[in-house]
Design a protein around this ligand. Structure first.
Ligand SMILES: [Zn+2]
Length: 246
């Protein structure tokens, strides 16, 4: 069997190949035209995979793996920036029936430029949303490679780390992209527990900032509210975009 892990690249060679993927993607994708990400489709993920297979693996990927690769996007991933799903019992499936799915979150990349801070991905300092996206995609490809060869994959394991280091120069298995909480703190000076005010149906409403995700969760005192705290105070919950809070 051809081996996808037989690739060991120098840092310079990896960077040159990644730059080539970057350039070809922005040249071919109808959605991605620069280093900033504002739109992406699953067809872009398929294209990205084909570019990696060609530029990093000389088309060996499609020769080694007979199963199906599925690509999906999620707007809801708030911790991981990418995820790979494998069959639970690969030994009971014939190679041709295997399906592995790479799911990429979009949120971290669409909000990449919101604040200035260190944006390290897989141990590499990134300077653009697309560069960060490629590194996360590479991490997921390493999961696929490890799974194809060993029927399991774990990015905290030594074997995974060796694959990721040899092919892509990754030195860590996590990202440090800004979260909504960091953006709220740096850009809006807001943190959980802060008193906040916003306008709802033309009226000023006061509440407490209870959680921060894509939108802020604000608890507003209301004697008919559905939520009760330990002291028996009742609240109604509102979801408010961060920029509408003062
Ligand atoms: Zn992982």
């Amino acid at each position: 069997m051809l081996n996808l892990m037989a690739t060991t690249l120098s840092p310079g060679a990896t960077l040159a190949k990644r730059t080539c993927v970057f350039d070809r993607l922005t040249a071919s994708s109808p959605n991605i035209k620069s280093a900033t990400l504002t739109r992406i489709s699953t067809a872009d993920l398929r294209l990205l995979f084909e570019l990696y297979d060609k530029i990093f693996f000389d088309h060996r990927f499609t020769q080694v793996y007979q199963g199906r690769l599925k690509f999906s996007l999620s707007q809801r991933m708030t911790k991981s920036a990418g995820k790979t799903f494998f069959p639970r019992h690969p030994d009971k499936i014939s190679p041709g029936e295997m399906t592995i799915e790479i799911r990429m979150g979009t949120d971290f990349f669409f909000k990449y430029d919101e604040i200035d801070c260190d944006k390290t991905v897989c141990g590499i300092t990134t300077t653009s949303a697309l560069e960060a996206f490629l590194l996360v995609f590479e991490h997921e490809l390493c999961h696929v490679i490890e799974f194809i060869h060993f029927n399991n994959s774990n990015c905290s394991g030594k074997r995974f780390k060796t694959i990721a280091k040899n092919i892509f120069g990754h030195t860590a298995s996590y990202h440090e992209l800004p979260t909504h909480r960091q953006i709220a703190r740096v850009k809006y000076g807001l943190k959980i527990g802060d008193p906040v005010t916003f306008t709802y149906e033309g009226k000023k409403v006061k509440g407490i900032l209870y959680n921060i995700n894509k939108r802020a969760t604000v608890m507003v005192g209301d004697k008919n509210g559905n939520y009760t705290d330990k002291r028996g105070n009742r609240y109604t919950k509102y979801y408010v975009p961060l920029e509408f809070l003062v």
